[in-house]
Design a protein around this ligand. Structure first.
Ligand SMILES: CC(=O)SCCNC(=O)CCNC(=O)[C@H](O)C(C)(C)COP(=O)(O)OP(=O)(O)OC[C@H]1O[C@@H](n2cnc3c(N)ncnc32)[C@H](O)[C@@H]1OP(=O)(O)O
Length: 421
């Protein structure tokens, strides 16, 4: 869909962040309260916004924003432990009065071009509706569990948990920013994001009232006795009382992470034992999150599964060479990418002793044919090529070629992005 006449695509100056938020609040049907404005601003990467504006002669207005989008710069962990630069698309919205005139399409083309120019190998997002972004080459790269665990649920013991120290405090960006950065930087799970970009780190601390009817954000930290942060959870409590006068409050974590089994155990033993609370809700957790293996009764997690990261490879050879593979492989992928033609074509992927090489191979016979969205889905090892083939999305030369490629793209643990953006 091309941009309707009268609209123009622009880079939006940071000083216009208030206008951007007003368009987004129209698009998301939110009420933008004055007192929440500073929080929404913290949540918006103002240094990197684009938009579509229009002049309205009948009203005498010039340059009114009608569509907006913004981008964080993240480092994303990929299988094997490398960190790749990734564009984290957020706050996409088209004013309700301007929808379906090609504004999003124009902004997506500009976003992908911008990411390529900056050397980001992929673009990642959380989708408001899952049908929106596949047409732009995004694939479903990770699933997440949302859990609701009853207070007091039993955990299997983990040695070392008791030695760790715990603090619960009001969130404080100066004190807790380094804690979050330090833990995020050491997570090894594919899809984890590191927070070198100050705007991406600051966004963790936004706390608009529309997001909760509960206390302000609190920070739970787990550290070694010498002060090394090993886990954190940002959380809120909401008090509630049952009909029978029993306390039945809810703890909601905004995001949480733990670096090892002892830290996960300590974190969850605190979360599951907060006075007056009846339930802990937490997401986004990986489908193999340690909690599910720590619980004596895993079903008590009452997990529901949702899509997590949608991933779009921007620089195919750089992305494929950055990760490691579960097995050596020698395969030719034929990839179709209508929006980024440089990615289109046949690519020879050879993995030898863990070292991946990717070379254009226009003459080679393809082993596996797929669209760029499906390659994005498979990239973190969370969606198998075999599963995509079973849905007719990936076409392989034969069963053996599919099995080899699918096994190579696997990962030791399920990917997840544990940060909302
Ligand atoms: C990463 C994030 O920030 S996710 C947040 C996304 N934002 C929202 O959901 C807020 C509410 N919705 C909106 O603001 C707008 O409807 C948007 C941004 C989803 C779409 O913007 P528009 O300018 O209307 O999209 P545009 O006109 O470019 O449409 C492009 C194509 O996508 C399709 N499309 C657009 N929105 C949707 C949708 N919600 N579901 C399914 N298809 C959609 C259009 O039909 C069109 O298809 P076509 O090319 O086959 O005709």
């Amino acid at each position: 869909m091309s941009l309707a006449p009268g609209y123009r695509l622009i880079d939006v100056a940071p000083s216009r962040v208030g206008e951007v938020l007003r368009v987004a609040s129209w698009a998301f049907a939110d009420e933008l309260k004055d007192e929440d404005l500073p929080h929404w601003e913290i949540m918006t990467p103002a240094s990197r916004m684009l938009g579509v504006e229009i002049d309205d002669a009948s009203r005498g207005t010039v340059g009114t924003l009608a569509g907006v989008a913004a981008t964080f710069r993240f480092g994303m962990r990929v299988p094997g432990g490398a960190e790749v630069p990734v564009a984290g698309l957020t706050g996409v919205g088209v004013h309700t009065g301007h929808r379906r005139r090609g504004l999003l399409t124009a902004m997506m083309a500009a976003h992908l071009e911008d990411a390529r120019r900056r050397g980001e190998v992929a673009s990642a997002l959380y989708a408001a509706e899952t049908s929106i972004y596949q047409r732009f080459g995004y694939g479903l790269a990770s699933w997440q569990a949302t859990v609701r665990v009853p207070r007091g649920a039993g955990l299997r013991p983990v040695p070392g948990s008791e030695d760790l120290l715990v603090a619960i405090e009001p969130v404080d960006p100066a004190r807790h920013g380094p804690v979050i950065s330090s833990v995020q930087a050491r997570l090894t799970r594919p899809g984890s994001m590191t927070l070198a970009d100050p705007e991406a780190l600051a966004a963790r601390f936004a706390d608009p009232s529309v997001r909760h009817q509960s206390e302000p954000l609190r920070m739970l930290t787990v550290t070694t006795p010498d002060g090394d942060p090993r886990a954190f959870a940002m959380l809120r409590r909401r008090s509630a009382w049952g009909d029978d006068a029993l306390p039945d409050g809810v703890v909601t974590t905004q995001e949480l992470a733990a670096l090892d089994a002892a830290a996960a155990h300590r974190l969850w033993s605190v979360l599951l034992d907060i006075d007056l609370m009846g339930t802990v809700t937490a997401d986004p957790l990986a489908l193999d999150d340690p909690l599910l293996h720590l619980l004596e009764d895993p079903r008590s997690a009452r997990a529901r599964v949702f899509d997590n990261l949608w991933l779009r490879l921007v620089d195919l050879p750089a992305a494929l060479e950055a990760r490691t593979y579960a097995a050596d492989v020698d395969t030719v992928l034929e990839v179709d990418d209508p929006l980024v033609p440089d990615n289109t074509g046949r690519w020879h992927l050879t993995v030898d002793g863990g070292d991946a090489r990717v070379a254009a191979a226009p003459e080679a016979a393809p082993d596996v044919r797929l669209g760029i969205a499906d390659l994005g889905a498979a990239y973190l090892g969370g969606t198998s090529l075999a599963a995509l083939a079973s849905a007719g999305r990936v076409i392989a030369r034969d069963a053996a070629a599919l099995e080899l490629a699918s096994a190579a793209f696997g990962a030791a643990v399920a990917p997840v992005c544990n940060l909302h953006f």
